[in-house]
Ligand binder design. Structure first.
Ligand SMILES: *Cc1c(COP(=O)(O)O)cnc(C)c1O
Length: 400
């Protein structure tokens, strides 16, 4: 039972079909490369939706994890442990904020941000009890919990999951006037992805994030930036908000924060925001555990050097230059993105996003399609320029 077909059949027989993976069965990985159970190698141009910004098996992250595995892995927050304070302090400093609330998955961090904004709204802003509202953008992706899908506009993400959580107002992404009109006395937060990842790597119009910042400041509303996918180096800066010189009130982080080793997420803000929580009011058994803190602290240390951000910026310029040439050839209708992150819309004449992904797989490159005609390119930031060029050669060949 080690052939690809057998393993896929067994997975289909014994797991819920909530994904439609490409027919590759990965056995090991290093850097930007994966090896399947039959020894074939693939260039990873998805990087776990940016959870693997620092590459597979990053030496420093694996060493940090191994060292911590032998010391202590879990205490629960019932006790202090010796990796917690440094992780929180260093992550807060990276964000230019005062406090961190660690969780595990991205969705939990978004839930935590929603709770933070509501509690802040009642306790600090003085919104009457039960009236708090949060403005979000259409085509958002913030995770899969019942509250989060309550404010999704994706029918697939919502169907048959009601009743839904009230208290959210949805406006078109990138439309500052719509946002302005949606903010009322009861609005406690605006929650946005600074670049919409799942929607197809949608970059908002220039000035939008700055406009959101000014509007939320004027109206006494928290600006909550979901940087789970866009943050931690992917776009060529530490945060996608940095491209407009914008500092939100609340960062929501996940994915790459766990270094591709363990799930680590966090809400990061100043004490006047995160200070609303008192003991017992929110928590997580695994949030901020010693193993998670040890790995995430090493992630923060990698980002403190700035070298990954710079690499993403340089290789990203190269990537977008090459993709622009493909657009000129007419096979690609649009390319969006920033840094080592691109949404590439394929002319349907050359196949669907899924078709292109499967043909790339046959040529040893793994990507993921989204919304039918789009493929998303987001290799680990450690990818070499030669490997990136080779991956782009395969894309050109598939679209030839
Ligand atoms: C992936 C993602 C999430 C959800 O993270 P999970 O760890 O899958 O729960 C939330 N927001 C954004 C922007 C994401 O990309």
């Amino acid at each position: 039972m080690t052939t690809t077909e057998d393993l896929i059949a067994a997975a289909e027989a014994h797991s819920a079909h909530n994904y439609h993976p490409l027919p590759v069965v990965v056995a090991s990985a290093e850097g930007a490369w994966l090896t399947d159970v039959e020894g074939r190698r693939y260039l990873d141009m998805l990087a776990g939706y940016s959870a693997l910004n620092f590459g597979h098996g990053n030496r420093r992250l694996i060493e940090a994890a191994e060292k911590q595995l032998r010391r202590v892995t879990l205490t629960s927050r019932a006790f202090h442990h010796d990796r917690f304070a440094e992780f929180c302090a260093r992550l807060a400093r990276l964000c230019g904020k005062e406090m961190v609330l660690p969780m595990n998955t991205g969705a939990e961090a978004v839930e935590t941000a929603v709770k933070t904004a509501r509690k802040w709204g009642y306790q600090v802003k003085g919104v009457p009890d039960g009236r708090a509202r949060i403005v979000v953008a259409a085509d958002n992706f913030h995770g899969r919990t019942t509250t989060i899908v309550s404010f999704s506009t994706d029918p697939e993400a919502r169907a048959d999951y009601g009743p839904f959580t009230p208290g959210f107002d949805i406006v078109p992404y990138g439309d500052l006037e719509a946002l302005r009109a949606a903010v009322t006395e009861d609005t406690v937060a605006v929650l946005l992805e600074p670049i919409q990842g799942e929607a197809g790597v949608l970059v908002p119009p220039p000035g939008y994030l700055r406009g959101v910042r000014e509007l939320t400041r004027e109206r006494g509303v928290l600006f909550v930036a979901d940087e789970i996918q866009s943050g931690l180096g992917r776009t060529g800066r530490t945060f996608a908000c940095d491209h407009e010189g914008v500092v939100p009130d609340v960062y929501v982080l996940g994915k790459a924060l766990g270094g591709g080793v363990v799930p680590v997420s966090a809400v990061v803000a100043d004490a006047d925001v995160l200070g609303v929580f008192k003991p017992g009011e929110h928590g997580s058994t695994f949030g901020g555990n010693p193993l998670a803190c040890a790995v995430a602290l090493e992630v923060v240390a990698l980002l403190e050097t700035g070298e990954f951000q710079q690499r993403a910026a340089e290789l990203g310029d190269h990537l977008h230059g090459e993709l622009a040439l493909l657009t000129e050839s007419g096979r690609v209708t649009e390319v969006r993105g920033r840094g080592l992150w691109a949404g590439v819309d394929i002319d349907p004449a050359y196949g669907s996003g899924r078709d292109v992904s499967e043909r790339l797989m046959e040529r040893g490159v793994l990507v993921k399609d989204t919304h039918g005609a789009t493929i998303r390119i987001a290799p680990p930031l450690v990818i070499s320029k030669d490997d990136l060029d080779w991956g782009l050669d395969q894309l050109r060949a598939v679209l030839a």
